[in-house]
Ligand binder design. Sequence first.
Ligand SMILES: C[S@@+](CC[C@H](N)C(=O)[O-])C[C@H]1O[C@@H](n2cnc3c(N)ncnc32)[C@H](O)[C@@H]1O
Length: 415
Amino acid sequence: MMQPRVLATQVLYQVVFKQQHLKQALQSCCPTDYPPQDKAWVQHVCYQSLRHHQNLNARWQKFMTKPLKDHLVGCLLTISLAQKFHLDTPDHAVVNEAVKAARKLKKNWATGLINKVLKLATADADFVAKNESEQYNHPQWWIDLLKKDWPDHWQQILSANNQMPPLWVRTPTPMNPEQGTQYQPLPSAWLLHDKQDSTSEAMLAGAYSVQDAAAQYAAWLLAPQPGELILDACAAPGGKSGHLLEMCSDIKLHVLEKDPARLQLVSQNLKRLNLHAERLVAGDASQPKAWFQGTKYDKILLDVPCSAAGVVRRNPDIKVLRQAEHLKPLTQLQQQILSAIAPLLKVDGTLLYATCSVFRSENERQIKKFLKTHSNYEHQTINIKAAENCLYGQQIITGTDQMDGFYYCQLKRKQ
Ligand SMILES: C[S@@+](CC[C@H](N)C(=O)[O-])C[C@H]1O[C@@H](n2cnc3c(N)ncnc32)[C@H](O)[C@@H]1O
């Protein structure tokens, strides 16, 4: 069986140098019969290595006399320092285990180097970040964009992005207060005291669902009423579809998702909760002609594909995988989807535009652009107490009340 440190090195390498998503890399590198405790350790060390990536890299690079060409050895150094600084592993274990792992990785040539560099880096009390990227553990373009978008909040966002996230659940009935604390503004949202609870029988039995409080605002804002025809236009994995039905099982919910494999996740989720959607369709929200049957909707939830810049603490690989140039095509797609879906709303109907992003280009600027060319829609004020008001809509800043970063804007069709 492969050593956990060897496996963690390979997983990190797949993400950073092969652009694989962390969850996929963990799945493809970990054998199915890998001991659960070791798997949990590998997962934890990889998440921490990515949360603190730029800083950890800088700590070992400081002691290199020339750039390291072997990226696998570099990943081993990074996961080793993650153990020192973010898993409280004693220095001697960090160094000895890294040397053993290097041998298993057939990098015998590097054992002397690893031994020397890690001894120096673990004992280095004088380390100072050379730039903002090393200080805040994000690419510089991301930091610059946040400074522009959120001059008073950019540091809060960056710092929250690097924290381990809390475990929020959604439950239609109150929980035992020994298990969690209810979030006052949202009756369904509970912050669990013990993160292990996510795997409990109660969740599998449908008593609760794992969902951040910020994401739970979607259904509360839409406030589904009996008999309403509602479209969830970008629905997988179905967290918000489930919540809408949980709040009112008498709605007629149409669930749309472009990716057929992900649509299956919605099916499974609704089955687990014993809930029923009137229609589940694999289709493209920007091409309604292919799937729209002609009856317009009372309400539409448009949780568009986005940069996911508000959920980085749960997906730290985004900081390595996302490039600045990805934003433009994403915002174009968001505008296409919004323009194609809005005409499916009835007059007086409500559309809720949502993203798990904190970038204004994906949020209020999309609404501004849409309203300029669609005079038959108007912006409606929403009132999320913990959120910041934008030109249109509201932004939950990552970390506020321990929530993910989320944007919501409600539009009404006038004619
Ligand atoms: C932010 S996620 C939705 C999360 C979901 N609302 C929930 O709460 O579980 C966006 C989803 O949109 C899907 N998607 C991307 N492009 C789409 C398109 N053109 N039409 C419909 N769905 C699309 C993605 O596959 C992804 O599942």
